[in-house]
Every structure is written in C-alpha cells, then in structure tokens.
Design a protein around this ligand. Structure first.
Ligand code: ZN
Length: 268
C-alpha cells in the first residue's frame, strides 16, 4: 500500500492564510517542506482522505486526477477537511452526464452537511461511517476510531486495511480510554499522526503538541500496536506550533518519527 500526503498543514496552512508568524515568514522565504496545505492524503491513488479547500491545488501540485478516486472518506466536518460545495465539480455540467462518481464515506455530520449544501439532492452515493464499526468497500476495510476533537459529532481517525494496516490520525486530540481500549490488539504497518501544536501547546484539548504526539506513539509502542521499524509520520502542523520542518526533524528523528511534508510518499 502507499500513502501520499498531499497536505500536512492545519486549519489555515503554512504560511498562515493571513498571519505573519515566524514559521509562516520562514515558509514564505524558504518554500520547500515548510509550505503546508491543509491536511489530506490519498491511499493507493484511489482512496482520498478528506476533501478540503486545498484539494484542487493539491491535484495541480502533485499531478493527481480526481477521477482516479473511487472513494472519498472524511474524518470530520471542520472546514479544513470538508468543503461540500466543491463536490459539485464532480458532476454534470462540469463533466459529461453519467460520469462515474466516487463513493463518499463520512460520519452523520458529513452526510448532513452534504444534504444541506445540496438541498436539491446530490447524485453521489454516500455511506455512513461510525466509530469502532468496520465498513468494507471493495478490497478496503475502514475502521474509524473516535477522536477527541470536535465533540458535537463522531470525529474520526481512520484505520485502513487492504493487505496492510494503516492508522491515519489527523485531529486526534488525546484519545479517551474507550479509543485506547479499542486499539488493543491492533498492529499497524504505518501510522500518520497529527502534531498540530508543535512546541506551543494550547488550551484546546483537540490537538496534539509534539510532546503529546510522542507520548501517543510511545503508548502505541508499549501496547504492541506500533512494531519497531514501521514508518510513523506526523501531519496537520500549525504555524502556531512555532516549529519549522527542520526543527520538527530535530525533535522527532531521535524517536524514530518522520515529520511529514506535502508530497511525502509512504510505501509499505
Ligand atoms: Zn478539526
């Protein structure tokens, strides 16, 4: 399996949409791995994870064809992950009538958001995802776990299986015990985990700082969920985390964790 990280930034990206923080200014000056679009990924070229405002730009940058995506799975309905009106461009009159559309998978807030955005109805098949319940789509099994993030909905991190098992966790927060309990016995071949707040923890409990991300990885290792040598990659970095890419590398590399960057390809 392969995971292409097409965006590894938090809500307002890096450089910040509007701000002039040190990390934003560094990214404006140096470009490269310090420039981060809003977080999203593509598994095996056909399973898209989240469909936010930067989707089109990501396709241009990485030469991706949305028509290759057979499935679009959403994690939650925050604006950096979910912009439902963009889905209209998958449909007639933007494409010929009868063009196949991807299957949309998401929690109830996602399905409700789509219904609200398209009161006339959206001719795309949807499927409800619920935390701790496995959904099979063709050769993939998707098992969402409950994030501690946006508590007025079933915010999800996604376990995706084909021949390997991937954990994709943007916007995890510190998982509550029900999630840790569910994770017992799982063994991942790759983990993508947020470290939104970097070196600048905030009051908000719905994101991880770099130290918290490390403690989550340590607990997963202690439980046997993250065997030695599997790729563990960070994502969803905010400029407010006060960390450039190189500073994240200095922090995480000694712990066997790779900071993600836009365009990083993980093959397992
Ligand atoms: Zn969020």
């Amino acid at each position: 399996m392969k995971i292409l990280l097409t965006g590894t930034g938090a809500a307002d990206g890096i450089p910040s949409f509007y701000g002039t923080s040190r990390v934003s200014d560094y990214a404006r000056e140096h470009g490269g791995k310090d420039v981060r679009m809003r977080s999203a990924a593509v598994i095996d070229d056909i399973l898209r994870l989240d469909f936010g405002a930067d989707t089109y730009a990501q396709c241009q940058k990485f030469n991706l064809k949305v028509s290759d995506w057979k499935y679009i799975a959403f994690t939650h309905s925050h604006d950096d992950h979910f912009v439902p009106r963009e889905l209209q461009y998958l449909l007639h009159p933007f494409v010929p009538e009868g063009t196949p559309t991807p299957l949309i998978l998401g929690n109830q807030a996602i399905l409700d958001g789509i219904a609200q955005a398209f009161p006339e109805g959206l001719p795309i098949e949807t499927q409800l995802l619920k935390s701790f319940e496995t959904t099979q789509v063709d050769e993939y099994k998707i098992t969402p776990i409950r994030a501690y993030h946006k508590l007025d909905e079933d915010s999800l991190n996604l376990i995706i299986q084909r021949d390997k098992t991937i954990l994709y966790g943007t916007d995890t927060g510190i998982w509550q015990e029900e999630t840790w309990e569910f994770l017992k016995g799982w063994k991942f071949d790759a983990i993508v985990l947020e470290a939104t707040d970097g070196f600048n923890p905030t009051e908000y409990w719905g994101h991880l700082s770099a130290h918290e991300a490390l403690s989550v990885v340590q607990r997963l290792r202690d439980m046997g969920c993250a065997p030695e040598g599997i790729p563990i990659t960070t994502t969803q970095h905010s400029h407010t985390g006060l960390a450039t890419h190189e500073e994240l590398v200095s922090f995480f590399a000694p712990h066997g964790i790779d900071p993600g960057f836009d365009g990083k390809l993980i093959q397992i």
